[in-house]
Design a protein around this ligand. Structure first.
Ligand SMILES: Nc1ncnc2c1ncn2[C@@H]1O[C@H](COP(=O)(O)OP(=O)(O)OP(=O)(O)O)[C@@H](O)[C@H]1O
Length: 233
């Protein structure tokens, strides 16, 4: 299983958000770190086939565009909209989108409710959940059908400290079997679990060969200062 991003650029009129980026990722937890406006969401929406790149290609095991979608789970940066669906109905809808056969749906819904710890709210309307709960439901929605490629854009936004730790544990497990890409600008959220850390700034990947040794050392202060030094160059 491999995601191959080749020479991708994303432009909005004259603004270049992603500038000739290439990436090759296998299963595991991959963090995309960068300050506001670095281009993370522009790149991730392109990987998630929501946006066509201005140039370049995105392939999952040689598949492109629509054919990637059947194997994709995506949690956008924007929180789930409030709706009159119950949590269970929302997940049933996601199962339907993923073409999970009816007899298997209730098992899949129970699994997701357990993973994102929303069992107790399963029959409540999405509109009645707190922002953090809706965020967890959005993450759970991305996990429906156990996708090969999981793209989560700032999933920890709006979660409290305990929920962020829980999210890290969930993503640590999920990423054993899926290419899991998580964007954030918070080093603490990813330092314990990331197998690769890619830093983005002004549309570019910032490469520094010594950075990998920092991630392996899990020395939070060292990684944080290195990150700040890199993006402020
Ligand atoms: N729809 C759009 N139209 C025009 N410019 C855009 C659009 N979306 C993003 N941009 C610009 O592209 C650049 C990258 O934005 P992007 O949202 O991809 O960054 P980001 O790293 O995800 O930022 P954040 O952490 O704040 O979400 C920014 O300069 C932004 O203003």
């Amino acid at each position: 299983m491999r995601l191959t991003v080749t020479d991708v650029s994303v432009r909005y009129r004259r603004r270049v958000a992603v500038d000739h980026v290439s990436w090759s990722l296998g299963p595991g937890f991959h963090a995309l770190l960068g300050p506001n406006g670095a281009g993370k969401s522009s790149l991730l929406t392109t990987v998630a086939t929501i946006r066509r790149p201005t140039s370049g290609t995105v392939e999952l095991d040689g598949l492109r565009g629509d054919r990637i979608r059947t194997r994709l789970g995506y949690c956008p940066q924007e929180n789930l909209r409030k709706s009159r669906f119950t949590v269970r109905e929302h997940l049933a809808y996601m199962c339907w989108l993923h073409r999970i056969p009816s007899p298997d749906q209730s098992g899949e819904i129970s699994r997701i409710l357990d993973v994102v710890d929303l069992d107790a709210r399963a029959d409540d309307r999405v509109g009645s959940l707190s922002g953090g709960m809706r965020r967890r439901l959005g993450i759970g929605s991305a996990l429906v059908g156990s996708p090969n490629l999981l793209v989560l854009d700032e999933p920890s936004a709006g979660l409290d400290v305990a929920q962020r730790a829980e999210l890290a544990s969930v993503l640590g497990q999920v990423s054993r079997d899926a290419i899991t890409i998580v964007s954030t600008h918070i080093v603490e959220d990813i330092i314990d679990i990331a197998e690769t850390v890619t830093i983005m700034d002004s549309g570019h990947f910032i490469t520094d060969e010594s950075f990998s040794s920092f991630t392996v050392s899990r020395d939070l202060d060292a990684v944080r200062s290195k990150y700040l030094a890199m993006v402020s160059r």
